[in-house]
Design a protein around this ligand. Structure first.
Ligand SMILES: [Zn+2]
Length: 187
């Protein structure tokens, strides 16, 4: 692949792609950053908007707490609302004096919170992720759950022994279609 000289105008385009890759789950970011030479796609009228929405200025944080449904968190505070307005939304209830609630963006990094609630909700958890200016959601990049056996926070994953493939959410193995077993990622 040839590598044409990058014009100054190509920088925002790269930022947009970095943001898009981050939204799809993270590990792609490094590869996309190197793929600049192949990015000469037709102009996207939404590109500037997406730059502002997620390409710049995020803050990386690690928050400790418990993931629970927003409806449960509101109920605990005695706040009444129509259930259909908050159904399916999960929040991190932080271990701070205010029990701050931060809504979780559902994507491949957090899908397990919805699919496998017994393992991921009501557990001591640490979420590392991105907070964007003007956006209340946490875009999670790393999940660590307290291992009940020794109290250490570890990375959960689903693993196929046969194919040596791991996934962040429950699914059939993309290779052999077998069952992927939950485990903490070996350190
Ligand atoms: Zn497999």
């Amino acid at each position: 692949m040839s590598s044409p000289t990058q014009a100054p105008g190509s920088l925002p385009r790269r930022h947009w792609l970095l943001a898009a890759a981050a939204l799809t789950g993270g590990p792609l970011v490094r590869h996309v950053a190197k793929a600049d030479a192949s990015l000469d796609s037709p102009p996207d009228p939404n590109r500037d908007k997406q730059d502002q929405a997620g390409g710049v200025g995020f803050q990386t944080v690690t928050l400790a707490g418990t993931v629970i449904p927003l409806s449960q968190a509101l109920h605990q505070r005695g706040l009444a609302c129509d259930p259909d307005g908050v159904e399916d939304q999960l929040v991190l209830r932080q271990d701070d004096p205010d029990a701050t609630l931060t809504p979780i963006l559902k994507d491949s990094a957090t899908r397990a919170f919805w699919i496998d609630p017994d393992r991921f909700r009501d557990q001591a958890i640490r979420l590392t992720g991105r907070l964007y200016p003007g956006l209340p959601y946490l875009q999670v990049t790393l999940v660590r759950i307290r291992d009940a056996e020794d109290g250490v926070f570890r990375i959960p994953e689903y693993h196929c022994e046969v194919c040596a493939i791991s996934s962040r959410f429950p699914q059939d193995c993309p290779c052999c279609q077998g069952t992927m077993e939950f485990r903490f990622k070996p350190e």
